[in-house]
Design a protein around this ligand. Structure first.
Ligand code: ATP
Length: 199
């Protein structure tokens, strides 16, 4: 699976619809300082569900919407789509091309779509779990991340290895099952209490 292209509209410095195509192998994005190179990786991170405005180098989430310039009015919507080649079935979905989209309006309303169908953030996280592509995945290495990994806590390094080895989805399912068991146990205790009042 690989990222074929990205379409950006109204996101940060990309006021107009801009489509960037990537080929297999290495692609370098070059340009003068402040021309928007990092905004492209921010856009990828954002579609994958980044919830921290700070990680996206902003103060609040709607800072990602094109804020206007001396010559252009601000826009009301930011939208980014990732087009992924899934002909090798790397993503657990039966499509050879997968399009993942995120939108945000000035009202703060946000939407996620997989192949043009609305979905939840949870579905996006689930789609990319254990592929290394999620917002915490190792396929997106920001500036300073290598140092952070090398100098980081063993738990953080372990999280990275777990994602690479593909066990995160099992851990997530285990945690969900434990929560359900916990709530069932609490219900049982409540039923016992009620029953004991009738005895
Ligand atoms: P460098 O090489 O210095 O790291 P860069 O090419 O990576 O630069 P970015 O950091 O991606 O550049 O882009 C910064 C530009 O994006 C700035 O000009 C900033 O004004 C613009 N920008 C960021 N957010 C918005 C926004 N919401 N609306 C309009 N422009 C924005």
């Amino acid at each position: 699976m690989f990222l074929k292209s990205i379409e950006i509209r109204g996101f940060k410095s990309f006021a107009d619809k801009t489509k960037l195509d990537f080929r297999k192998g290495i692609t370098a994005v070059v340009g003068p300082n402040g021309s928007g190179k990092s905004n492209i990786s921010d856009a990828v991170r954002w579609v994958l569900g980044e919830q921290s405005a700070r990680t996206l180098r902003g103060g609040k989430m709607d800072d990602v919407i094109f804020a206007g310039t001396q010559f252009r009015k601000p826009v009301g919507l930011a939208q980014v789509s990732l087009f992924l080649d899934n002909s090798d079935g790397g993503l657990p979905i039966e499509y050879s091309e997968v399009v993942v989209t995120r939108r945000i309006y000035r009202s703060g309303e946000s939407e996620y779509l997989i192949n043009n169908r609305q979905c939840r953030l949870k579905d996006i996280v689930g789609l990319f779990m254990d592929t290394g592509i999620g917002k915490e995945g190792y396929s997106l290495i920001g500036q300073g991340k290598i140092d952070a990994i090398l100098n980081g806590k063993p738990e953080d390094r372990r999280a990275l290895l777990e994602e690479a080895s593909g066990i995160v989805k099992y851990k997530a399912r285990k945690e969900e099952s434990e929560k359900k068991l916990d709530s069932t146990n609490q219900n049982l205790v409540r039923i016992d209490d009620i029953l004991s009042t009738y005895e």
